[in-house]
Design a protein around this ligand. Structure first.
Ligand code: PLP
Length: 394
């Protein structure tokens, strides 16, 4: 088939045509002033999306995982203690990365489906003043759980603790409200291929003045990811090595798109799309894996499948029979959930097509649902909540 359906995975997300075009650039000398003209709007745009009053933006040819590595290796030293809650595959992988870097990770084991446990974080910080950083996964993409980053900052302040706050915002930034400065975030990590609607290939970070000063004494090795090399070159309008110019141009354009819709409208759109999905799964007699409504993610829903059903089988059938991508359950929830990504370039009408496809697969697999039930519930919700402002035309 030469036509392509939208994807419903939580990254990479659907690529708007105008972003694809913005990325498509002729070769350009990255040591020329032309590069600075492309680079600067991208960096300034990220600063606005993250809501940074101070600090610096760093763009690295990498992915979100590289962003984690950059955050850790630039600000910490071997043997340093960091605090992290583990409640899904992505929080787990960041912990694993820290351990492989020789850090001492104090892990708060938390049931999957829950978010960052604020009281336990506060207690751990009160008990150990040597903790150098608190790691938080803002949106756990494996379980569809959002955590309260402002609450973590309050817990840190209540403990009177001076640790850095490092936030994985890979599947939230650009789609859900994020407040770098107001939440006292020291490092925020994003990737190009989720809320920014770009191809994979850029790690996007915000770093606070405190993280910048931590760089001075941190001894973990870093070369490719060295923030200092980055900042030195940035100051001259350049890059320490060959930058992916097309992606950076695409990033500036992606931010133009987000801002032309208005960030608050982008967040409201994601909430509305997500709520329609939740209405649909309720109509199927299913529930989100996230334990309580305050934890529901607006970018991805992990749908708990009925006993005796296999979420992975649904994802495989959707791909092989209908050419539609959903996310499989990862790790502890493999088979127990399937995931519907609802972030990036999506409209209510597109989401309805995904829900309809999921229903066809469920019927094919003999799951106990009525065709159209979830779609109808989402339709009712979408009909009643059409925003006053239509999405900005491209
Ligand atoms: C996708 C994702 C990552 C990993 O990002 P890559 O770009 O695949 O390296 C990390 N954390 C979260 C929360 C994610 O959703």
């Amino acid at each position: 088939m030469s036509f392509q359906n939208p994807v419903f995975i939580p990254g990479p997300t659907n690529l708007p045509e105008s972003i694809r075009k913005a990325c498509d650039m002729p070769t350009l000398d990255h040591r020329s002033p032309a590069f600075a003209r492309i680079f600067k709007p991208a960096v300034e745009g990220v600063r606005r999306v993250l809501k940074m009053d101070a600090g610096e933006v760093i763009l690295i040819p990498s992915t979100g995982t590289g962003g984690w590595e950059a955050a850790v290796s630039n600000t910490l030293s071997p043997g340093d203690t960091v605090l992290a809650a583990r409640f899904g595959m992505f929080s787990h992988r960041w912990i694993d990365l820290c351990q492989r870097h020789g850090l001492n990770v104090q892990i708060i084991e938390t049931p999957w489906g829950q978010g960052a446990p604020l009281a336990a974080i506060e207690a751990a910080l009160k008990a150990d003043k040597s903790i150098k950083a608190v790691l938080a996964t803002h949106n756990e993409t494996a379980t569809g759980v959002k955590s309260d980053i402002a609450g973590i900052r309050r817990a840190m302040d209540a403990a009177g603790h001076g640790a850095m706050l490092m936030v994985d915002g890979v599947s939230s930034i650009g789609s859900m409200p994020f407040e770098f400065s107001a939440w006292g975030v020291d490092i925020a990590v994003a990737g190009s291929q989720k809320g920014f609607m770009l191809p994979a290939g850029l790690a996007i970070l915000g770093i606070s003045p405190k993280a910048i000063s931590a760089m001075e004494t941190a001894t973990l090795p870093r070369t490719f990811f060295d923030f200092k090399d980055m900042l030195t070159s940035y100051a001259r309008g350049g890059f320490p090595y060959t930058p992916p110019v097309g992606l950076i141009a695409g990033l500036a354009h992606a931010i133009e798109l987000l801002e032309s819709e208005c960030l608050d409208n982008v967040y409201a759109r994601h909430h509305r799309l997500a709520e329609g999905v939740r209405r649909a799964i309720t109509a199927w007699g299913m529930t989100p894996y996230a334990a309580t409504p305050d934890l529901y993610s607006d970018t991805v829903t992990a749908v708990k499948v009925p006993a005796g059903c296999d979420g992975t089988a649904l994802v495989q059938l959707a791909a092989s029979k209908y050419g539609v991508a959903f996310g499989v359950g990862l790790g502890e929830v493999a088979g127990k959930v399937f995931r519907i990504g609802h972030l990036g370039m999506l409209t209510d009408v597109m989401v309805l097509s995904g829900l309809a496809t999921a229903e066809m697969c469920m019927a094919d697999l003999g799951w106990p649902i009525t065709l159209g039930s979830g779609v109808a519930a989402a339709q009712d919700y979408y009909r009643g909540t059409v925003p006053a402002l239509a999405m900005a035309a491209e």
